[in-house]
Ligand binder design. Sequence first.
Ligand code: LLP
Length: 455
Amino acid sequence: MKIWPQTTTRVDGVISVGGCSLAEIARHFGTPIFVLDELDFKTRASTWQESLNRNFGENSGLAYYAAKAFISKEIAGWIAQAGLGLDVCTGGELAVAKAAEFPAERIELHGNNKSESEISDAIDYRVGTIVIDSLQEIERVARIAHNKGVVQKVLLRLTPGVEAHTHEAISTAHEDVKFGFSIASGAAWDAVLATVKHESLKLAGFHAHIGSQIFAADAFVTSAGRLIEVMARYKKEFGVELPELDLGGGYGIAYVEGDDPISADVALSKLAAAVNQECERNEINVPKISIEPGRAIVGPSMVTVYEVGTTKEVTLEDGSTRWYVSVDGGMSDNMRTALYDAEYSVWLTNRVSDSKTRASRIVGKHCETGDIVIKDVQLPSDIVPGDLLATPATGAYGRSMASNYNHMTRPPVVAVVNGTARTIIRRETHQDLLALEVKEAPVSLTTITKSGDQA
Ligand code: LLP
């Protein structure tokens, strides 16, 4: 049950989350659908901030919830209420934070290519922190802040050169990546020197995010050690200490029974011990420590429910067979299997089956062979059209990476608690998609200077 939201119950084949039967939810709201366990989400959010406070004591900063995992105004409200910060990395995520009136001081703006207007909007909203990712951006943020007469607190994103043991596409802190300033190459120190020149920037410290879906604490510990060495160099060169260190997110969750993620307390107690030791060794005070969990908060709190539409037996080259079970969603609501070979679990949710299981593949309804929800799974052999399948742990990077491929409408998100269900994001309609299409008179973009010449 560890893969399912904390309020999940399974009685005689009836699976309920938040006191609501998934089959009832499907009947009432349709499928595919994301079901969000409100209590599970709120508990996880509080757990990360409380664990940070417990393990770092007076040196604890904020657990910034990574909005990219999944955000909406409602979620931003829950995060604000639980006392966490919010990590946003685009103008769109910032717009949600603003619409939710998220406390500006607790917002951190990320991104490796923030636009002028994103930076300007963030400064106008008075976000607490901007995390800078390139030399051009140092100048850009400094100029915009200066023009507004603001001194903006910033962190520099550093690349500690750590190999996080996860899928390459979600690993971010080895040397050959687009993110941050490399410590090893000297780029990090150059960035420090370029930042301190500006009176409109207040350098508060450093940030690193080493990757996602990480199960062991050792990579976080190595990364922290390398950042602390740069903090110590700063003290040596400037005679003062930087007050903040943000160690990023990336804490893994269980998608299938064999996954064994570390708890917030285990991860953060190891991190605290390492940070204390490294600060002592480098003769600096322990700075305020922040983290940025996304997946570990929202991932386990959502379940996707699909309806089966067709089934098909396919004979493989070796003579064995595979049972293809097609559901009414697919890669438009869950890109992760296609992108990262991600694994998921599944339960039949509308009835009990005691049929033997068979080797199956759950696929979506897109015109693409790679449109797979679960590549290899044992399913009861009596699955028929109309059955409902529920996939747990789809809260992070599920709805947030959903697309309209094949003009599919993105599924709704329904929050469940104490036997009640309410839509917090409605299902898209064909009308929503068609509404983007306009018929306008053409705009002339060339200026004719002389007859026949174009300027
Ligand atoms: N902080 C920064 C700067 C990040 O770039 C990320 C994730 C996080 C925090 C949150 O990481 P989390 O705790 O959620 O692992 N689409 C991929 C994950 C990409 C993560 C991008 N950055 C996936 O579905 O696995």
